[in-house]
Write a protein that binds this ligand. Structure first.
Ligand code: TXA
Ligand code: MG
Length: 307
């Protein structure tokens, strides 16, 4: 159910959870200071309690209310990339943020989203926690329709159109004297090089050691269908691929698009279409570059395939 900006404010003030637009994916929002609404997020999504939430702020200054200390180049990073698809994990003072939000970690994740409606909401309500607005395990939602398909037609959604990036924020964590990427996202590693003087290392998410990004351990983005990522396409079998390539005749093709930006924009909708069209086995053309935003796309497809 699409709601107005005023309704969105009223519902949040009344400790209700609503879906909000961001430039990356839709979020399921609750005020940071409402334990009751935050509980509802975990229940609605069926989200494991061990998976902490990102705090959305409307300025870098707001982070100072919570931070224990600011890692080096915090100001440069936020000046360059906020508002935008960058999340920074920052050590926080104990007791200032609910342990529901941090999952008991000594740090919290912060980001300033680049969507005018959500920026206005943040201005009116204060910081909002918001995980992606999908049931745990499902692909992240990039349209209001995706949110409604997971939470029902009556679920309140502030409609901000199709998310312009279509891919979650990149998460950076300061460890061993450098910023590292703990979740690949809409910003590829190389965009940080001019500012940091190095390309942040990409942390292997599924290492058996204590995870830096707990969410990376859970299955994600998955359609019901089996995704086949190797071998050759078979005639008649549905394909996720690229417009300029030739595939066996008779196969329905879902197009990712020629550029990485377009592939990111379309990927989650394609994963949802696979189920909507009741495909049971889909071949994915993984023949694309191994750098930049393509790395994020590859990682998401592998996760969706359960690989
Ligand atoms: O683009 C985005 O980041 C979207 C939009 C709605 O802002 N949000 C999003 O939230 O993707 P979610 O909950 O789906 O993913 C947040 C990720 C999880 O993998 C979680 O484990 C990680 O952020 N995270 C949150 N707090 C953390 C912390 N203190 N340390 C390490 N990882 C953290
Ligand atoms: Mg998510």
């Amino acid at each position: 159910m699409k709601i107005s900006f005023l309704q969105a404010c009223a519902l949040l003030q009344d400790k209700q959870v609503i879906a909000i637009p961001t430039e990356t994916v839709y979020g399921l929002a609750a005020p940071l200071d409402s334990e009751e609404a935050i509980e509802k997020i975990f229940a609605l999504k069926n989200r494991p309690a061990k998976n902490p939430l990102i705090i959305h702020v409307d300025s870098a200054e707001q982070v100072l209310d919570f931070a224990q200390e600011l890692p080096p180049q915090f100001h440069e990073l936020t000046e360059a990339f906020w508002p935008g698809p960058l999340t920074l994990v920052i050590p926080v003072r104990s007791g200032v943020i609910s342990s529901r939000v941090t999952a008991g970690l000594p740090s919290a994740a912060f980001r300033m989203p680049a969507h005018h409606l959500t920026q206005q909401l943040l201005h009116h309500i204060g910081p909002l926690v918001a995980p992606s607005a999908n049931l745990s395990g499902r692909p992240s939602p990039t349209t209001p329709e995706h949110v409604a398909s997971d939470f029902g037609e009556d679920f309140p959604i502030l409609d901000g159109g199709h998310c312009t990036q279509g891919m979650e924020s990149t998460i950076l964590y300061f460890i061993e004297d450098q910023w590292a990427i703990i979740r690949l996202g809409a910003l590829p590693a190389e965009v940080f090089r001019p500012l940091l003087g190095y390309e942040p290392r990409i942390h292997q998410a599924d290492s058996p050691q204590a995870p830096l990004c707990p969410g990376q351990l859970f299955r994600h983005y998955a359609p019901q269908a089996k995704l086949i990522l190797s071998g050759d396409p078979l005639p008649g079998r549905p394909i996720v691929g690229f417009a300029e390539r030739a595939y066996p005749a008779g196969s329905p093709v879902l197009y990712l698009g020629p550029s990485a930006e377009e592939a990111a924009y379309h990927l989650y909708d394609i994963l949802r279409q696979i189920d909507a069209r009741q495909f049971t086995e889909v071949w994915v053309d993984m023949n694309f570059p191994d750098h930049g935003l393509w790395l994020t796309i590859r990682e998401r497809i592998k996760k969706a395939a359960g690989a």
